[in-house]
Design a binder for this molecule. Structure first.
Ligand SMILES: [Zn+2]
Length: 263
């Protein structure tokens, strides 16, 4: 996910690694950034160590300057070591960190320090949770947090979770998106980011229905391709779908409902 303000760019997660020599960083994200005129990243956040979120990181770090890097990766992780060995900083996401770029507020809501020393916590539940807001609206990026972290976030500060756009936790897995969490965030729009025909059957149909039944507009990147949302005052939050804007006959264009979970 690329978050752009008038003069800054932040990349949240870097997509999967495909094989020994290719990953989403060099095959998809770097060309997309170049095409968008982004020659350097002011910040990169890698939510957690699962390869579908961190797989493109190393190639991107080699491709362009990344001024600030934050993640929940273990300190001995190859990505953190690469950052340190090249004389650059690697921060840990800690709830309470905030900054402002060009009138846009960024706030990290998770993890807290204690989460890092809890041996029972899975990598998913260490995902950096980022809220981005300006006077026109807000977005909540949640990585792969699951129900226990959703409950922790509500307990810590339910009001801080509200966002107009929610990137749905864990690609719409049934271990996330509790009703209490959806009610606390109360988004207008929910975006599911599953891999096309992924082997986990994400998103689960009952989870998509949970959002739709709450009157929330849903989007899926596996059906709709890259989505762009503009947060501008006076405008309603609507997606620009890359497959509508720039169709090519060689692009795969699955229709909604055509695909089912594999199990
Ligand atoms: Zn994931």
């Amino acid at each position: 996910m690329l978050v752009q303000t008038s003069a800054h760019a932040l990349l949240y997660d870097t997509g999967p690694r495909f094989n020994e020599s290719a990953d989403a960083g060099d095959r998809i994200i770097a060309p997309m950034l170049r095409g968008s005129g982004v020659a350097r990243l002011d910040a990169m956040i890698v939510s957690h160590q699962d390869s579908d979120h961190s797989g493109g990181t190393l190639s991107l770090l080699h491709t362009m300057p990344v001024m600030r890097f934050a993640s929940s990766l273990p300190l001995e992780h190859a990505i953190v070591r690469a950052r340190i060995e090249s004389g650059e900083t690697a921060e840990r996401c800690i709830a309470g960190q905030r900054w402002q770029w060009d009138g846009v507020d960024f706030a990290l809501l998770h993890p807290v320090e204690a989460n890092y020393v809890n041996p029972k916590l899975k990598a998913n539940d260490l995902s950096c949770v980022l809220r981005v807001s300006n006077p026109a609206g807000s977005a909540l990026l949640t990585g792969d947090i699951e129900a226990r972290t959703e409950a922790d976030l509500i307990r810590r500060d339910a009001a801080a979770l509200h966002a107009n756009l929610l990137v749905v936790p864990h690609h719409g897995s049934r271990t996330s998106s509790t009703s209490a969490f959806i009610a606390a965030v109360a988004p207008d729009v929910a975006v599911f980011t599953p891999g096309y025909r992924n082997r986990f059957g994400h998103p689960r149909p009952e989870i998509v229905a949970r959002y739709a039944d709450a009157g929330i507009r849903t989007y899926r990147t596996d059906y709709e391709g890259a989505l762009t949302f503009a947060f501008e005052s006076g405008a309603t939050l609507a997606a620009r779908r890359e497959r509508d804007v720039d169709p090519r006959y060689w692009h795969d264009t699955p229709r909604r409902g055509e695909l089912r979970p594999l199990d």
